[in-house]
Design a protein around this ligand. Structure first.
Ligand code: NAD
Length: 359
């Protein structure tokens, strides 16, 4: 038996968490769930959006399934999602983007995997606000050491890309490719412009690639990569990217396969992993038994693979694919007309998936 932390989240979180838990259990995966809370609901009850018990539970179990959590805009607590990734050193964000028959999309037969670095780059959180003393001091120093001058009215965000961080993520991408029988890894960058950050990323990518001669390697400049993905996505397989490009291309690739309803994800580190849908907490649908549970269920497929339960993972993915392909017991977002009265609720779609697993 494997113990997994189930973070039920807020907004639509609790409904899809329950649907995903039921579907995963139906595969006979023998998982013991340890329930944990995070988000605005627990904040209202206890004064903290992320109780220490939740962090401790993921640390102890090493694996968690997390439903979405609301991040208040402007004021309130900072993103729990970002905090959890940093606290647990979940340096790799994995986002498979796969076409499922029955999902409305402009493309078919897409099968891409995004591996995004999760801790460095412009998302490291090292920022200097316009006009602050520290910012002016930094600008003065930069102006002293550079020909190009920065005005005192600038805000500054720092982009660290390290050898260690790049080695870890590129190795992760190759290991993932090898384990999952993928053929090619493409390293994405803007090394022609940012020579000391993206240039370093590319240099390390090439070095690591030499150790994986069984897997093809190539690199692409990020703007060209965007165009190529729209024009010839079938040429690509596993993409490894620094944090910012990874964030943007994750959404681009989710768009290629029909959107957020079927976009699963995982944040993985050496000591733990949290599996979660790409979408957010969709507060306007909270408590209505309306939204699509598939992205979190497919995140459960990734979780099962991560803990070595391959047969169970395959069974669950096939059941989800079959229900989507039939197009009958699916939520409103998967119907041609979003107001189609035959659309089923979150819980009923989970029931249909469970029925497929058992058939
Ligand atoms: P969202 O993903 O919640 O919603 C975007 C759109 O997609 C909305 O129209 C929503 O109704 C729809 N949608 C989302 N999930 C759906 C589903 N399962 N089935 C059908 N339709 C679905 O994004 P948002 O509105 O920008 O963010 C809402 C909140 O979620 C914010 O507080 C944001 O910070 C948070 N968020 C959390 C996570 C996370 O927990 N990992 C990720 C993204 C956003």
């Amino acid at each position: 038996m494997t113990t997994v932390t189930l973070i039920t989240g807020d907004g639509i979180g609790p409904e899809i968490a329950e649907a995903a838990r039921r579907c995963i259990d139906a595969t006979g995966s023998d998982i013991k769930w340890e329930l944990a809370e995070a988000g605005v609901d627990i904040m209202a009850k206890t004064g903290t959006p992320l109780p220490q018990t939740t962090i401790d539970s993921v640390r102890k179990n090493g694996v968690g399934l997390k439903a979405p959590i609301t991040t208040p805009v402007g004021t309130g607590f900072r993103s729990i999602n970002v905090f959890l990734r940093q606290e647990l050193e979940l340096y790799a964000c994995l986002r498979p983007c796969k076409s499922y028959k029955g999902v409305r999309s402009r493309y078919s037969n897409i099968d891409l995997v995004i591996v995004r670095e999760n801790t460095e780059d412009l998302y490291a959180g090292i920022e200097f606000e316009k006009g602050k003393d520290d910012t002016i001091e930094l600008i003065n120093w930069l102006n002293k050491h550079n020909k190009r001058k920065i005005g005192n009215d600038a805000g500054i965000s720092i982009k660290p890309i390290s050898v260690k961080g790049t080695e870890k993520i590129v190795r992760f991408a190759f290991e993932y490719a090898r384990k999952n029988k993928r053929k090619k890894v493409t390293s994405v960058h803007k090394a022609n412009i940012m020579k000391y950050t993206d240039g370093l990323w590319l240099e390390i990518s090439r070095e690591i690639a030499k150790k994986y001669s069984d897997i093809e390697f190539e690199d692409r400049i990020v703007d060209n990569m965007c165009m190529q993905l729209i024009q010839k996505p079938e040429l690509y397989d596993v993409l490894v990217l620094p944090n910012l490009y990874g964030d943007i291309l994750s959404d681009l690739c989710a768009g290629l396969v029909g959107g957020l309803g079927v976009a699963p994800g995982a944040n993985i580190g050496d000591k733990g992993a949290i599996f979660e849908a790409t979408h957010g907490s969709a507060p306007k649908y909270a408590g209505q038994n309306k939204v699509n549970p598939c992205a979190l269920i497919l995140s459960g497929v990734l979780l099962l693979r991560h803990i070595g339960k391959i047969t169970e993972a395959d069974k669950l993915e096939k059941a989800v694919a079959d229900v989507i392909a039939q197009g009958k017991d699916v939520t409103y977002d998967m119907k041609a007309d979003r107001n189609d009265p035959t659309a089923v609720g979150t819980s009923q779609m989970a029931d249909a998936i469970i029925k497929k697993i058992k058939s």
